[in-house]
Design a protein around this ligand. Structure first.
Ligand code: 5GP
Length: 120
Protein backbone atom coordinates (compact mmCIF):
# COMPACT_ATOMS: atom_id res chain seq x y z
CA UNK A 1 0.00 0.00 0.00
CA UNK A 2 1.02 3.63 -0.39
CA UNK A 3 2.06 3.94 3.27
CA UNK A 4 4.92 1.52 2.59
CA UNK A 5 6.55 4.21 0.49
CA UNK A 6 8.14 5.98 3.45
CA UNK A 7 8.23 3.11 5.93
CA UNK A 8 11.42 1.61 7.19
CA UNK A 9 11.76 -2.15 6.93
CA UNK A 10 13.95 -4.73 8.60
CA UNK A 11 16.42 -4.19 5.74
CA UNK A 12 17.10 -0.62 6.93
CA UNK A 13 18.21 -2.07 10.25
CA UNK A 14 20.53 -4.44 8.40
CA UNK A 15 21.92 -1.56 6.30
CA UNK A 16 22.47 0.49 9.45
CA UNK A 17 24.04 -2.55 11.21
CA UNK A 18 21.40 -2.31 13.94
CA UNK A 19 20.69 -6.01 13.55
CA UNK A 20 23.27 -8.56 12.43
CA UNK A 21 23.35 -10.17 9.01
CA UNK A 22 25.88 -12.32 7.20
CA UNK A 23 27.07 -9.73 4.72
CA UNK A 24 28.69 -11.16 1.59
CA UNK A 25 29.16 -7.95 -0.44
CA UNK A 26 28.89 -4.25 0.25
CA UNK A 27 29.66 -1.04 -1.61
CA UNK A 28 28.41 2.53 -1.44
CA UNK A 29 25.17 1.72 -3.27
CA UNK A 30 24.18 -1.82 -2.32
CA UNK A 31 24.40 -4.57 0.25
CA UNK A 32 24.21 -8.35 -0.16
CA UNK A 33 23.62 -10.71 2.76
CA UNK A 34 22.49 -14.25 3.45
CA UNK A 35 18.75 -14.79 3.73
CA UNK A 36 17.82 -15.71 7.31
CA UNK A 37 15.46 -18.41 6.00
CA UNK A 38 17.32 -19.92 3.04
CA UNK A 39 15.26 -21.57 0.31
CA UNK A 40 18.33 -23.10 -1.38
CA UNK A 41 21.86 -24.08 -0.23
CA UNK A 42 22.92 -20.55 -1.22
CA UNK A 43 20.32 -17.81 -0.74
CA UNK A 44 21.53 -14.22 -0.85
CA UNK A 45 19.53 -11.00 -0.85
CA UNK A 46 20.86 -8.00 -2.78
CA UNK A 47 19.37 -4.63 -1.90
CA UNK A 48 19.91 -0.94 -2.62
CA UNK A 49 21.15 0.96 0.44
CA UNK A 50 18.89 3.91 -0.37
CA UNK A 51 15.30 2.86 -0.99
CA UNK A 52 14.17 6.17 -2.59
CA UNK A 53 10.61 4.90 -3.00
CA UNK A 54 11.74 1.62 -4.52
CA UNK A 55 9.60 -0.52 -2.28
CA UNK A 56 9.02 -3.02 -5.09
CA UNK A 57 9.95 -3.43 -8.74
CA UNK A 58 6.67 -2.05 -10.05
CA UNK A 59 7.46 1.29 -8.38
CA UNK A 60 10.61 1.69 -10.47
CA UNK A 61 10.97 5.03 -12.26
CA UNK A 62 13.52 6.68 -14.53
CA UNK A 63 15.53 7.98 -11.56
CA UNK A 64 16.11 4.41 -10.40
CA UNK A 65 17.84 3.31 -13.60
CA UNK A 66 21.36 3.66 -12.18
CA UNK A 67 20.71 1.65 -9.04
CA UNK A 68 18.74 -0.98 -10.94
CA UNK A 69 21.60 -1.35 -13.41
CA UNK A 70 24.12 -1.49 -10.56
CA UNK A 71 22.21 -4.29 -8.82
CA UNK A 72 21.88 -6.31 -12.02
CA UNK A 73 25.58 -5.95 -12.78
CA UNK A 74 26.65 -7.02 -9.27
CA UNK A 75 24.68 -10.28 -9.34
CA UNK A 76 27.27 -12.26 -11.28
CA UNK A 77 30.18 -11.08 -9.10
CA UNK A 78 28.31 -12.04 -5.95
CA UNK A 79 27.20 -15.37 -7.42
CA UNK A 80 30.74 -16.23 -8.52
CA UNK A 81 32.15 -15.33 -5.09
CA UNK A 82 29.66 -17.78 -3.60
CA UNK A 83 30.54 -20.76 -5.80
CA UNK A 84 27.56 -20.42 -8.15
CA UNK A 85 29.57 -20.38 -11.38
CA UNK A 86 27.52 -23.21 -12.92
CA UNK A 87 24.30 -21.25 -12.62
CA UNK A 88 21.77 -19.87 -10.23
CA UNK A 89 18.35 -18.25 -10.03
CA UNK A 90 17.62 -14.53 -9.61
CA UNK A 91 14.15 -13.70 -8.30
CA UNK A 92 12.27 -10.51 -7.51
CA UNK A 93 8.98 -11.09 -5.73
CA UNK A 94 6.73 -8.14 -6.55
CA UNK A 95 3.63 -7.51 -4.49
CA UNK A 96 1.17 -9.68 -2.65
CA UNK A 97 0.58 -12.30 -5.34
CA UNK A 98 4.33 -12.38 -5.98
CA UNK A 99 4.80 -13.35 -2.31
CA UNK A 100 6.72 -10.18 -1.46
CA UNK A 101 7.01 -9.74 2.29
CA UNK A 102 9.61 -6.96 2.72
CA UNK A 103 8.82 -3.69 0.92
CA UNK A 104 12.36 -2.62 0.11
CA UNK A 105 13.39 -3.84 -3.34
CA UNK A 106 15.55 -6.94 -3.17
CA UNK A 107 16.92 -9.52 -5.56
CA UNK A 108 17.06 -13.11 -4.36
CA UNK A 109 20.13 -14.99 -5.61
CA UNK A 110 19.46 -18.70 -5.18
CA UNK A 111 21.62 -21.68 -6.02
CA UNK A 112 23.98 -24.40 -4.92
CA UNK A 113 21.69 -27.09 -6.34
CA UNK A 114 19.75 -27.81 -9.53
CA UNK A 115 16.86 -25.36 -9.52
CA UNK A 116 13.43 -26.45 -10.72
CA UNK A 117 11.20 -24.80 -13.30
CA UNK A 118 8.39 -23.80 -13.26
CA UNK A 119 8.63 -22.42 -9.73
CA UNK A 120 5.00 -23.12 -8.77
P1 5GP B 1 10.33 -11.46 -0.09
O1 5GP B 1 9.37 -12.50 0.39
O2 5GP B 1 9.90 -10.08 0.32
O3 5GP B 1 10.63 -11.57 -1.55
O4 5GP B 1 11.70 -11.78 0.61
C1 5GP B 1 12.05 -11.30 1.85
C2 5GP B 1 13.16 -12.17 2.35
O5 5GP B 1 13.78 -11.54 3.45
C3 5GP B 1 12.69 -13.54 2.83
O6 5GP B 1 13.33 -14.55 2.06
C4 5GP B 1 13.10 -13.57 4.29
O7 5GP B 1 13.56 -14.83 4.71
C5 5GP B 1 14.18 -12.53 4.36
N1 5GP B 1 14.31 -11.87 5.65
C6 5GP B 1 13.30 -11.35 6.39
N2 5GP B 1 13.78 -10.82 7.51
C7 5GP B 1 15.12 -11.00 7.49
C8 5GP B 1 16.16 -10.67 8.41
O8 5GP B 1 15.96 -10.08 9.47
N3 5GP B 1 17.43 -11.02 8.05
C9 5GP B 1 17.70 -11.66 6.87
N4 5GP B 1 18.98 -11.95 6.62
N5 5GP B 1 16.73 -11.99 5.98
C10 5GP B 1 15.46 -11.67 6.29
Amino acid sequence: NHHNHHQLTIFDKIINKEIPAQIVYEDDKCLAFKDVSPQAPVHILLIPKVKDGLTQLQKAEERHKDILGHLMLKVADIAHQNNLKEGYRVVINDGKLGCQSVYHLHLHILGGTQMGWPPG
